[in-house]
Design a protein around this ligand. Structure first.
Ligand SMILES: Cc1ncc(COP(=O)(O)O)c(C=O)c1O
Length: 456
């Protein structure tokens, strides 16, 4: 076997990309208020902003689109999707939604009251935003090692079960409408969660009668990590592992833009009949009728195929290998990354890469800007800008100051990744010349999407 597994596909259709001149990149940054979310995709050469909705569909998915049934109610496409979701996730009910945050919004709308708290290993920013938007408080109870970028753990996304039990005692179950777990833990470096931990957390939630919802968007990657790393799972298929994971929960929120292998879509699944009735009412108000939930029939068909493809062992082996390859190249050029790498992204420790900048100078933001300016590469800050809080004019910093290089599924080849590593090697060599940033505008919620900056 080769050390790194080659792409298990060949290219049938191409989309040109182009590196524009450095002066044009600078002008684009200035126009965008030094926020890479403000760039046009034509201005980006290698786009590693997100693995969400940016993957390439397979020929089977493109064919499935043609089967789309666009009936308003009871479409065949819905029942084809239902069959697949029933098989993998096994919850009694589900509704399609247009993307993951819509599932989070509906869940919070029907279950959360102002002042209540929602625990997780680590919430993603949209989940945090949706909880806060309803007057709730997201609480992260991941194991402590998750905050140490260099700590090598097989399952660094695991929740601290003892801390969870203690926290529930202190908080009181009446203040906890539901509990969550994010697999894999995107906000903490894309780290997987072990079956043992999911089982332990499930037990705690169930003992206290707290409904357990999994943020499932990278369920296939997490299942494959369990197969590779957890004792007694090596002979189980990713499908069997996924089935076991979801049997431990009461429902899930799903952004299908990740391991659904589609460009748009999601769903909210649950076992509780009464909750399903309330969810449907909210869904009809916000997204659409329960058999399409804001998606076209053809989207439902592509998703039905994608959810299964994501569990293919050859695909998953290549997927993890691609992340490992980029991680290895970055280690070679001395770029500090969160270890060990996850599957969907490499997270650069921006504070470690730019030690001459203090946290107030927003090293993550500064690095994401340097990456675009030097190489036309778009990554995203996941540090102070994304997760910090400004209290009375002062920052409360999150533990990690990261820049995420997300890997769109089945999109970039190894030579694209070589280029990314070369650019980062050059930035590392002249790191001290990179200046800090200052934020000049920020919205109240989900700041990093639209905040504006200047060079400090
Ligand atoms: C862990 C996690 N949860 C939820 C979401 C939200 O999904 P969406 O972007 O489809 O709304 C994301 C998106 O990146 C995510 O990574």
């Amino acid at each position: 076997m080769p050390k790194y597994i080659p792409e298990p596909f060949r290219i049938k259709m191409v989309e040109p990309i182009r590196l524009i001149e450095k002066s044009a990149r600078l002008a684009a940054l200035q126009r965008a208020g030094y926020n890479v979310f403000g760039l046009r995709s034509d201005e980006v050469y290698i786009d590693l902003m997100t693995d969400s909705g940016t993957g390439a569909m397979s020929q089977e998915q493109w064919s499935a689109l043609m089967l789309g049934d666009e009936s308003y109610a009871g479409a065949r496409s819905f029942f084809r999707l239902k069959e697949v979701i029933d098989q993998i996730f096994g919850f009694k009910h589900f509704v399609p939604v247009h993307q993951g945050r819509a599932a989070e919004n509906i869940l919070c709308a029907v279950l959360l009251k102002p002042g209540q708290k929602v625990p997780s290993n680590m919430h993603f920013d949209t989940t945090e935003g949706n909880i806060r938007a309803r007057g709730g408080q997201p609480v992260n109870l991941v194991n402590k090692a998750a905050y140490d970028p260099q700590a090598i753990l097989d399952f660094k996304g695991d929740m601290d079960v003892e801390a969870l039990e203690k926290w529930i005692e202190e908080t009181g179950v009446e203040n906890i409408p539901f509990g969550m777990m994010t697999i894999t833990n995107n906000a903490g470096g894309g780290q997987p969660v072990s079956m043992a931990n999911i089982r332990a957390v499930s037990k705690v939630y169930r003992q206290h009668g707290i409904p357990f919802f999994i943020d499932a968007c990278r369920y296939a990657e997490n299942s494959y990590f369990i197969k590779l790393r957890e004792k007694s799972y090596e002979n189980k298929s990713p499908l069997e592992i996924a089935q076991e994971i979801f049997s431990l929960a009461d429902g899930c929120t799903m952004s299908a833009k990740k391991d659904g292998l589609v460009n748009m879509g999601g769903f909210l699944a649950m076992n509780d009949d009464d909750l399903f009735v309330r969810v449907k009412a909210e869904l009809i108000l916000r997204e659409g009728f329960p058999t399409y939930g804001g998606l076209s029939g053809r989207d439902l068909d592509a998703l039905a195929v994608g959810l299964k493809e994501a569990l293919n062992v050859e695909y998953l082996a290549y997927r993890l290998s691609q992340a490992e390859y980029l991680a290895g190249r970055l280690r070679d050029v001395g770029v500090p990354i969160i270890e060990p790498p996850g599957a969907h992204a490499i997270y650069i420790d921006a504070a470690g890469m730019l030690p001459h900048l203090n946290r107030e100078q927003l090293p993550g933001q500064a690095l994401s800007i340097a990456l675009y300016l030097e190489g036309g590469i778009r990554g995203v800050e996941l540090g102070t800008v994304a997760f910090g809080n400004q209290v009375n004019g002062h920052w409360e910093y999150p533990s990690l100051e990261l820049v995420r290089l997300a890997l769109p599924r089945r999109v970039y080849t190894q030579s694209h990744l070589d280029y990314v590593a070369e650019v980062l090697g050059e930035i590392k060599a002249q790191a001290t010349s990179i200046k800090g940033m200052r934020m000049t505008y920020a919205p109240e919620l989900l700041r990093h999407f639209t905040a504006q900056f200047e060079i400090a």
